[in-house]
Design a protein around this ligand. Structure first.
Ligand code: ASP
Length: 437
């Protein structure tokens, strides 16, 4: 029998977790069984995701930055690519923040549920308070000062200092570009291999996802039987989806304004890549198809696609950054925290950086969400709240990630005169040809 695909397994895990918990709450002893014997597996799953956050940043960022070695040759294209990627990411985070602040999905949680949540995650709440107090005393340049670690091992030993790890990784990557290629080669090879290992670890962890989700959902239902938490989760998912849909419209608009591309033409050309992104939840896995579609069907020359798209798959994740902003604010709302404007501006910076550091594989965005939460002083335990609906949202944000890369490659191609007529005008024609051959 054909093995069920992972996203179905996860959806089934979610449903079974809820059903199991609903059954258990019928018995007096049920909730305790779930808390003692099921919940720990959910925690182990979340911990394993958090465990690989630091190695993941080191591996994927050092590899990503050092892969930019062509930047001297292609400095014009490189500068534009990175610049436009950052602009689209900032637009995405801003859309996410606007939507989540307007809909306020976390505020529908009642006082009782909130107190219960805070009680459950009391340790974290205390940490937030300490962090918030510290922030109050801090000077205007404290954030900048905190960016530079005095000891990389100390920075890496605490998930709250991820920005310092990112700083180190970028700095290291730059050093790697600047030394002679022959000397850099073995180091680069090491980090390429290291990156592969980390990606494999994520694969392995994701295999446990259906069980992790089962445990997390069962614990969530048993510990907060209040309906309002689920209602809030539905609103949260709605915010992410609305933001992603808006971002897709932004791409169509950008492509139309800067390259005169008809939105239907863009969507038709990209749809196979988007569908693949949806079902694999991985921009990296979709990359070959993205490159083929952008080249053959959107008319971008290979010189541009081969440079812009692989970098985009590694560092440009607009869907992910949008989701991270919505998730961070939602969790803060759920915990009854009021995020100041400066905290939200901080989220723009950290979500942009975190999405750059996210690997293009399923679930990576959620791992990197830890940074955004930690930096904004939002309890990391809130991850447990949103995990339940993460996979379907991951599928959708990956579609946006891939579409963003394609849009930017068109804009860059246009700006350097490398946007021509597509080789294949009609996807169906091509499909027909492929079928015939
Ligand atoms: N799955 C996403 C991608 O591959 C990353 C993430 O948001 O988890 O683009």
């Amino acid at each position: 029998m054909k093995k069920l695909e992972l996203h179905w397994q996860i959806l089934i895990g979610m449903a079974l977790g809820v059903l199991f918990a609903l059954l258990m709450v019928q018995f007096d002893w049920g909730p305790k069984i779930v808390s003692d014997w099921i919940k720990p597996f959910g925690n182990i799953f979340i911990n394993s995701l958090k465990l690989i956050a630091v190695p993941l940043i080191l591996a994927s960022l050092i590899k990503g930055v050092s892969d930019l070695k062509d930047i001297s040759k292609l400095s014009k294209m490189g500068g534009r690519t990175i610049g436009i990627y950052i602009i689209t990411t900032v637009i995405a985070v801003t859309i996410g923040l606007l939507v989540v602040n307007m809909v306020k999905p976390g505020s529908s949680i009642s006082e009782d549920t909130r107190n219960e949540l805070v009680e459950n995650y009391k340790g974290d709440a205390d940490n937030i308070k300490t962090a918030a107090d510290k922030q109050k005393e801090a000077g205007p340049l404290q954030a900048l000062e905190d960016l530079v670690p005095s000891n990389i091992f100390k920075a890496a030993s605490d998930n709250g200092n991820m920005l310092q790890v990112i700083f180190f990784a970028i700095f290291f990557g730059i050093g790697l570009i600047l030394i002679p290629e022959k000397t850099a080669e073995p180091v680069k090879k090491f980090f390429d291999g290291f990156n592969e290992v980390i990606l494999k670890l994520i694969d392995i962890i994701m295999l446990a996802a259906p069980y992790g989700v089962f445990a997390l959902l069962a614990a969530l239902v048993v510990e907060s039987p209040s309906l309002d938490l689920f209602q809030a989760l539905a609103w949260y998912a709605f915010c992410v989806l609305l933001g992603l849909a808006l971002m897709l419209c932004v791409y169509l608009l950008i492509a139309w304004i800067f390259t005169k591309t008809n939105p239907a033409f863009f969507m038709k050309g990209m749809s196979p890549a988007q569908l693949l992104a949806f079902s694999t939840s991985s921009s990296a896995a979709t990359l070959p198809v993205t490159m083929e579609r952008v080249e053959e069907h959107l008319g971008v020359e290979e010189e541009v696609t081969s440079f812009v798209l692989p970098i985009g798959a590694t560092i440009n994740m607009d869907g992910t950054s949008l989701y991270q902003a919505v998730a961070a604010v939602f969790i803060a709302q759920a915990f009854g925290m009021d995020l100041s404007i400066s905290a939200q501006l901080g989220i723009i910076v950290t979500a942009t950086l975190a999405s750059i550091g996210s690997a293009a594989v399923p679930g990576a965005g959620m791992v990197m969400l830890v940074i955004v939460l930690a930096q904004a002083g939002i309890p990391e335990a809130g991850l447990a709240l949103i995990f339940a609906v993460d996979r379907p949202l991951d599928m959708c944000r990956t579609v946006v990630n891939v579409s963003g890369d394609a849009t930017v490659s068109m804009v860059v191609a246009k700006s350097v005169g490398k946007l021509g007529e597509p080789k294949v005008k009609n996807w169906d024609d091509n499909y027909q040809k492929e079928k015939e051959s």
